[in-house]
Structure formats: structure tokens, C-alpha cells
Ligand binder design. Structure first.
Ligand code: SF4
Ligand code: SF4
Length: 327
């Protein structure tokens, strides 16, 4: 995303073509028009006369970022915090885009609840039949959101350990009990929650205890996503303290997943190359990495299961390379 969007134009899918708006205030510059070379279901950003495809809309999933600010300081944070104008950009997009090509909106950040008022405005502009997933660290006041009882709403909340010290060390903030409190409130209100845990050197041996904690204290969650690491931004800076090889974590992963399944808690495995998983877990693999961040290695060309595999983050490809094993 550009650091300065002042002079930028956005081309948003609209009808058979695109609508062109100002990235800053959403003012319509050009109504629906068909522009040669633009794919009808993608967003384009035109900055300083140079036009590029944006990753904000992929496969019918729209990503909205109300703010890049955050109250946590996660050692695994993959997010650059230096872009300005994202809130205005988000408001402009949700106001002007044609939703007929969109089936899902991800609202992420930063921490979206830092910009709670804008977040509410954004949600209010999204049609009710479109599913919204809000990726929040769950430490702020989620419960006063006016949209809380909206249909097709899902909260995706990270929980990195069964114990507060370990979770707090990873997020750089005393957030554990705030997150747990919000999780209980969401559960009590029957709001759909997906828990997310990223596997690192810091927490992989805790995975079975984490699963035990979830089964006993948070059994209402709709899904638990266990995730591979993206080695960019903070995670790249801290990679020696974070990276753990699949051969080291797989036995803990298997134990954790089996416990969740025994308790009938759905479980998914995100951001991990399929061949690095134990065979028993292949059916839980989700090809979750966005196409523009996804890499396959040269040896993947000879793999018979590539059509089922989501590959790996380009930033983690060299760390995984030793463990990639074509089938
Ligand atoms: S990864 Fe952590 S620091 Fe980064 S945006 Fe999310 S909650 Fe904030
Ligand atoms: S060899 Fe490559 S394509 Fe095949 S499962 Fe492994 S990472 Fe995926």
C-alpha cells in the first residue's frame, strides 16, 4: 500500500467495468466505465500516473483496513505500521464498490477497534448478506459495537498460549485476560468466534496445553486455526527467536489437533505447505495464503498434490525448503 494516497485514484469494480474515485475522500471522478486491461473483479490504485493491481480484492474477498495502529506489539507482527490514509481509503472503498462481485469482507489492521467509530461506519455500509470477518486482538471494548448482533459476522481472535505469561510475551502487552474476557462475552452472546494461534519456537510445546485450555474453557468457539509463520516485518526481525521447523512441532500439533477433534471443536491448518504436515492432518489443510504472497519451490513442479496445496509465504520459503517433499 502506498505511504501517501493524497493524489491517488482508485478503480473499483462496478457493473461491467470500474468506477474511478479519489482514494482520500471517495469523490467520484469517473462513473462506471470499461477500461481496457483492467480485470473486472480487481481493484487498481493509480498513483503518480502509475497504475497497479491491488491485493485488497482477491477471489471475491475484500480486505478493509480501518487503521494500521495497534495497542499490542507482537513479536510476530507481519504488518507494516507506516502507511497513512488507510482509514479514508477503507471508507471510500466500502461506500463505492459494487458488492455483486464480493462474497466476503475481511476487516483487519492494525487493530480495527482502535478506530471503533470508523469500524462501525464501515460495517454499516456493507450489505447484510455479505459475510464479515473482523480480525481483532480482542483486548478493546468489542461489546459496545452497534453491529454486534448482525448476521454473518465472525470474529477472528488470536490466542497464542494457554498461559498468560507466554501469550503476553508474544503480544508484548498484558492482553491475555482482556482477550479471554471478551471471548467469554462473545460466547455468551452466541457470536461466532474463530481462535487463531501462530506456531513459533516460543509456543509450540504449549500446543497440547493450549488445546486443553480451549476444550475446557472456550468450547463455544466455531473454529481453531493453527497457523504457520509469515517471516516479514517484526517476525522477520525476530526470526531466530520464532522459527521452528515442522519436524520439531508436528508431534505437538498432532496432539493438539486430536484433542480438539475429540472435543468436537473444528480445526483448520493455515499457511503451512501440505507436505510438511503429518498425513493424518492433510484434510485440515487450508490453502489460505493470498496468491500474491504464495510461493512454490522449483521441486513443487513435480508434485502430484500441488492442486490441493496452498504453498508457502514467499518470506518463509527458504526456511521451509529443506522440508518440502513432492508427492
Ligand atoms: S499482529 Fe499484533 S501488533 Fe500486529 S496488528 Fe495484530 S495485534 Fe497488532
Ligand atoms: S511439494 Fe510443494 S506443492 Fe507439493 S505439497 Fe509440498 S509445498 Fe505443496
Amino acid at each position: 500500500m502506498s505511504d501517501c494516497l493524497d493524489d491517488s485514484l482508485l478503480y473499483l469494480p462496478y457493473g461491467m467495468g470500474h468506477i474511478c474515485i479519489s482514494a482520500v475522500d471517495g469523490q467520484v471522478i469517473q462513473k462506471e466505465t470499461i477500461i481496457p486491461g483492467l480485470e473486472p473483479d480487481r481493484i487498481y490504485i493509480d498513483s503518480n500516473g502509475s497504475r497497479r493491481q491491488s491485493s485488497l480484492l482477491e477471489d471475491g474477498c475484500l480486505t478493509i483496513i480501518p487503521t494500521l495502529s495497534c495497542n499490542e506489539r507482537c513479536i510476530i507482527c507481519p504488518q507494516c505500521k507506516e502507511s497513512s490514509g488507510v482509514g479514508a481509503l477503507s471508507a471510500s472503498i466500502v461506500s463505492s464498490i459494487d458488492y455483486s462481485r464480493i462474497h466476503q469482507v475481511y476487516i483487519t489492521g492494525g487493530e480495527p477497534y482502535i478506530a471503533a467509530e470508523l469500524l462501525s461506519e464501515i460495517v454499516a455500509r456493507i450489505p447484510n448478506d455479505i459475510e464479515i470477518s473482523i480480525l481483532t486482538n480482542g483486548t478493546l471494548n468489542l461489546l459496545e459495537s452497534p453491529f454486534l448482533l448482525r448476521d454473518r459476522l465472525r470474529f477472528c481472535i488470536p490466542l497464542y498460549a494457554s498461559i498468560s505469561d507466554l501469550h503476553n510475551r508474544i503480544v508484548g502487552y498484558c492482553g491475555f485476560y482482556k482477550t479471554i474476557k471478551n471471548l467469554f462475552h462473545l460466547g455468551n452472546n452466541n457470536i461466532v468466534v474463530e481462535l487463531r494461534n501462530v506456531i513459533t519456537k516460543q509456543n509450540y510445546t504449549n500446543l497440547p496445553l493450549f488445546a486443553h485450555y480451549v476444550c475446557n474453557n472456550l468450547p463455544f468457539v466455531a473454529n481453531v486455526a493453527l497457523m504457520g509463520l509469515e517471516l516479514i516485518e517484526n517476525a522477520e526481525k525476530n526470526s531466530s527467536a520464532l522459527w521452528v521447523d515442522p519436524t520439531d512441532y508436528n508431534q505437538y500439533l498432532l496432539e493438539a489437533v486430536n484433542m480438539l477433534i475429540d472435543f468436537k471443536i473444528p480445526c483448520s491448518l493455515f499457511n503451512m505447505p501440505l507436505c510438511t504436515l503429518p498425513n493424518e492432518l492433510y484434510n485440515l489443510h487450508v490453502a489460505s495464503i493470498s496468491p500474491w504472497k504464495r510461493r512454490y519451490l522449483e521441486k513443487c513442479k513435480h508434485c502430484n498434490i500441488q492442486n490441493k496445496c496452498g504453498g508457502m509465504f514467499f518470506s518463509s520459503a527458504s526456511a521451509y525448503s529443506h522440508y518440502i517433499n513432492p508427492h
